[in-house]
Write a protein that binds this ligand. Structure first.
Ligand code: TXA
Ligand code: MG
Length: 321
């Protein structure tokens, strides 16, 4: 396993050189930071799985720099899929489509579909334009842990495992892309994410919602336990949780009001769901580093980005007994 002297850099050409040599680098996107490698190079892809400690049954998203490249990597693209790509790319939407044969099995975990996304981040787009291959990139966190929304988050956990993290500032959205499977003219939601269900349904009508299922995950981001801090996290009514956990050192992550606990963070003082999404993973990381015994948190309104945030909190709270 490589042991790099990892650096954070804002030089796109440095990231480009490593990627062209088949290495793995951290890259900014508008959702979360990704751990990128040449999607058409099997040895490079293996390095992503090793750096993340990711199981090979969890397929990777392929990032493209231009929506017109879609037919290079996917086939039988339905009108609905075409419409969604035209409407929301570049942006926080991943489309799972039938794959072309140039996509390695390692990317898709042997599935006959591939996840594709055109990210909306100026630095990611410049990098993709400079390369003559697409980038496979899962979120740049160790498997199962909270996703990174700054270059420093990536460094904190993958220092030594990759040569470089390309800095693009803090992620403007802060939760991962929404994943839709578009096969046979059907649209199915595989993962709630940064593109709101309401916006998608306004374009293609009501869509099917895949229930998460631990034994046969359609998208392992749907594994019941995921995005989890190391400390136990409880979602509920914060007032009553404060009473039931009064014997413990408490951290609070709230949305509706501010609490005077020692380790207390509020996702958005103005109760703005976009701001809450931006802060979610950074605040969870901070509270996870505190010396509290438990993190108490609450659900947000089930609208817009609130759905994706509630989904991440639920998965962060779930522990297999
Ligand atoms: O916003 C995002 O999507 C970020 C940034 C870096 O683009 N990426 C991200 O990747 O969240 P990752 O690997 O952490 O989550 C991708 C999810 C995985 O749960 C994977 O199972 C699912 O996408 N996925 C990828 N290809 C798939 C396929 N062919 N069928 C079903 N699910 C797929
Ligand atoms: Mg992830």
């Amino acid at each position: 396993m490589s042991n790099w002297n990892s650096i954070i850099s804002d030089e796109i050409s440095a990231a480009q050189q490593y990627l062209e040599c088949g290495e793995v680098v951290g890259i900014p996107t508008e959702t979360v930071y990704g751990l990128a490698a040449n999607a058409l190079n099997k040895e490079a892809i293996v390095k992503i799985f090793e750096a993340k400690n990711r199981p090979y049954f969890d397929p990777l998203i392929v990032h493209i720099g231009d929506g017109n490249q879609l037919p290079l990597y996917a086939k039988n693209i339905s009108d609905k899929a075409q419409h969604l790509a035209a409407k929301f790319w570049p942006g926080p939407l991943t489309l799972v489509l039938e794959r072309q044969s140039n996509i390695p099995d390692l990317i898709t975990s042997g599935l006959d579909t591939v996840g594709l996304r055109m990210p909306n981040h100026p630095i990611a787009l410049k990098l993709l334009a400079a390369l003559n291959f697409p980038l496979a990139a899962p979120s740049a966190n160790p498997f199962g842990y909270i996703s990174p929304t700054t270059s420093q988050h990536v460094m904190d956990q993958l220092n030594g495992k990759i040569p470089l993290v390309l800095d693009g500032g803090p992620c403007t959205i802060g939760v991962e892309s929404t994943i839709l499977r578009c096969v046979n003219n059907e649209v199915t939601l595989l993962r709630l994410g940064a593109l709101a269900l309401e916006q998608i349904e306004a374009e293609v009508g009501q869509i099917r919602i895949e229930k998460s299922n631990n034994s046969n995950p359609m998208a392992p981001g749907m594994l019941a336990s995921h995005y989890a801090p190391k400390k136990p996290l409880v979602v509920g009514n914060i007032e009553s949780l404060l009473e039931t956990h009064s014997h413990q050192k408490i951290a609070v992550l709230s949305f509706h009001k501010t609490y005077p606990a020692t380790f207390s963070r509020r996702l958005s003082a103005s109760q703005n769901l976009n701001e809450a999404a931006q802060n979610l993973f950074a605040m969870l990381r901070e509270l996870d580093k505190s010396d509290a015994d438990v993190i108490l948190t609450e659900n947000l309104p089930e609208i817009g980005l609130g759905r994706a945030i509630n989904d991440r909190l639920k998965r962060a709270a779930f522990k297999i007994l």
